[in-house]
Design a protein around this ligand. Structure first.
Ligand SMILES: [Zn+2]
Length: 353
């Protein structure tokens, strides 16, 4: 019996679900590592940083269904990342956490459903109050203000111009935003009421792009939701006007966007698209999705990549996305619980040796 259980532990840890069921050659491992290393260079990510996480709670606000905390987290660059942390009241901690990212919105307050202008109300009507959606669906939500937006904007300088200036400094805006997501995950790992093994990242438009690249770089992200931003570059970025904040010099010499799914597989990837998206042809989305499916199929993880298509334009589609996200959460919780139980069993038997 002892041998059987230990074998089950080994099978679970190394042989089922989240791992390919065929031997992985050293060259394949090296290819993934080298691709990630190239991407880190292109994005000019700061070196791996293990410094202590420092943060400050600015205020706490209670509602009937969640607690909201405004905070700042010190970034890898030494500046402060403004953030909201929402924790649900109808669940027991630790909570799964969804990092929520806006696109070119006036600020992260859109994520918590604040409409300060008519434009804000329209953005929220387009499904962008994502932190509230996350809480309503059983997640804690960590909303961060991305560089160049809202509280991180630099005066009247628009994101496009700021991003071009940063490119002259050799620091693509996308890389800086990915680094801030990674630092936010460091913060999550310091919080006892947050489940570090159940971290998702969701974003629309520019936020979706950051969610995708952050998941490619950081394996602590177990689910990436990429809304209205996943496409072949030919049918989106090379065809329609986009803000400079998403361009990465030299990336096409390395990979098209869908090919980078290799760095996310077999972790969960949910692509959300609008059939009438004016900056990403749905045909390009589907072509890219086929590329991602081939990658996931090779890793025996085809069920972990999905595409949902809304019949509208460039927005988020909560009614289509959240049922899929909740199914994924259930699976992740099951895996996490099973892994914990099996690890305890395994540790127990080790003590007998
Ligand atoms: Zn921008």
């Amino acid at each position: 019996m002892r041998i059987l259980i230990n074998c089950l532990v080994i099978v679970f840890l190394f042989g089922c679900g989240s791992k390919p069921d065929y031997p992985v050659s050293q060259s394949e491992v090296s290819r993934e590592d080298s691709l990630r290393s190239l991407l880190a260079d292109i994005m000019a990510l700061p070196p791996a940083n293990t410094s202590e996480v420092t943060y400050e709670i600015i205020f706490t606000h209670e509602t009937e269904t969640y607690t909201l905390r405004k905070l700042t987290i010190k970034s890898y660059y030494g500046d402060q990342i403004p953030a909201y942390l929402l924790t649900p009241k109808n669940l027991q901690p630790p909570y799964p956490v969804m990092i929520t990212l806006q696109g070119h919105a006036p600020g992260m307050y859109i994520s918590i459903g604040e409409a300060r202008t008519e434009r804000d109300a329209k953005l929220i009507a387009g499904g962008r109050d994502v932190a509230l959606q996350a809480v309503a669906n059983g997640w804690a939500a960590l909303t961060i203000e991305q560089q160049g937006f809202g509280e991180q904007a630099q005066g009247d300088v628009v994101c496009n111009d700021l991003s071009l200036r940063e490119l002259m400094n050799g620091k693509p805006m996308l890389g800086q935003r990915v680094a801030d997501v990674m630092r936010s995950i460091d913060f999550i790992q310091t919080q006892d009421n947050l489940e570090s093994n159940l971290i998702g990242c969701i974003g629309n438009s520019a936020g979706g792009t950051v969610s995708y690249f952050a998941a490619a770089m950081d394996e602590r992200i177990k689910l990436s939701v990429v809304s209205c931003s996943f496409c072949t570059y030919e049918r989106s970025w090379l065809k329609y006007h986009h803000c400079a904040c998403g361009y990465l010099p030299g990336l096409l010499k390395v990979a098209d966007m869908p090919e980078l799914a290799e760095l996310i597989a077999p972790r969960n990837l949910l692509i959300v698209a609008g059939e009438e998206d004016y900056i990403a042809d749905i045909e390009g989305v589907r072509e890219g999705y086929a590329t991602a499916q081939a990658i996931y199929r090779r890793q025996d993880a085809l069920g972990q990549v999905m595409l949902v298509e809304g019949d509208g334009g460039h927005q988020f589609y909560p009614d289509l996305a959240w049922p899929k996200i909740n199914d994924i959460k259930t699976g992740l919780k099951h895996d996490s619980t099973l892994l914990e139980q099996l690890s305890k069993v395994n540790r127990g038997f080790k003590a007998d040796y």
